[in-house]
Design a binder for this molecule. Structure first.
Ligand code: TYD
Length: 222
């Protein structure tokens, strides 16, 4: 049996993820955090899911473009996990092992919420595959940007400059469920999560994230 704890401890970098519903502002916040950390540390990468490697960006295209019913939930979940596996082994894990900071726009919790809690894929299947991929390494800190879906979808549509509309086009009830599921998950993992009000200005949110990181990881950010 794999010793997940010791495996997890072998990975030295800092792993930070952003989560939230459509148009919550997490991509902007990931970028702002990256720019801030890069101003004093060379070893930091900004990446995203689905995506981050050539294969995973191709899978992203299958997943996010087209009709909302293109994939059944299990197929969809396996595609997200396939993309995550390639991303983990080729990009995230090597960076963490090298002591780098990794900032990732969405990660496994998006699969737990969208495919698991909202589309009914059994959570134990998602967890087992995740454990097999990562050896039980979870993000060190996760920021949930919480925003009413009506506001987020409007923002998302007005800013979109591509055809990745498959999830955006799901109905408002689905997006309400996404919001409440993220809040539930974040409260369940309250040691790892900070919930932020996505209605605040980008600068205010960024300030809170910086303060939180400095407080959480004093030894690294002093
Ligand atoms: P993203 O590119 O973050 O879009 P946005 O910035 O508009 O929120 O994510 C694309 C979509 O993929 C998003 O609707 C959530 C969905 N998704 C899942 O359903 N499962 C997953 O595991 C991931 C990573 C994303």
């Amino acid at each position: 049996m794999q010793d997940y704890t010791s495996l997890a401890q072998e990975h030295h970098g800092l792993f930070i993820t952003f989560e939230g519903g459509e148009g919550c502002g997490k991509s902007l916040q990931s970028r702002m955090l990256f720019d801030w950390i890069a101003s004093f540390k060379d070893a930091v990468i900004l990446t995203r899911e689905p995506g981050g490697t050539n294969l995973s960006e191709n899978i992203r295209n299958w997943l996010l473009v087209g009709n909302i019913n293109s994939w059944d939930p299990i197929t969809e979940a396996l595609l997200f996990l396939a993309a995550r596996s390639d991303h983990w082994f080729k990009k995230i894990l090597p960076a963490l092992k090298a002591g780098s900071f990794v900032i990732c726009d969405r990660f496994q919790d998006s699969s737990v919420v969208y495919q698991g809690m909202c589309k009914g894929v059994p959570l134990d299947i998602l967890d087992k595959i995740y454990l097999k991929i990562t050896g039980g390494r979870y993000p060190d800190r996760t920021y949930l940007l919480d925003i009413p879906p009506e506001v987020g979808i409007k923002r998302s549509i007005s800013r979109r400059n591509n055809n990745e509309t498959r999830f955006e086009n799901m109905d408002i009830e689905f997006h309400k469920k996404v919001r409440s599921s993220f809040l539930k998950l974040a409260r369940h993992h309250s040691g790892r999560y900070l919930i932020l009000d996505g209605n605040l200005s980008p600068d205010e949110i960024h300030k809170k994230i910086k303060e939180d990181l400095i407080q959480q990881f004093r030894n690294i950010f002093s």
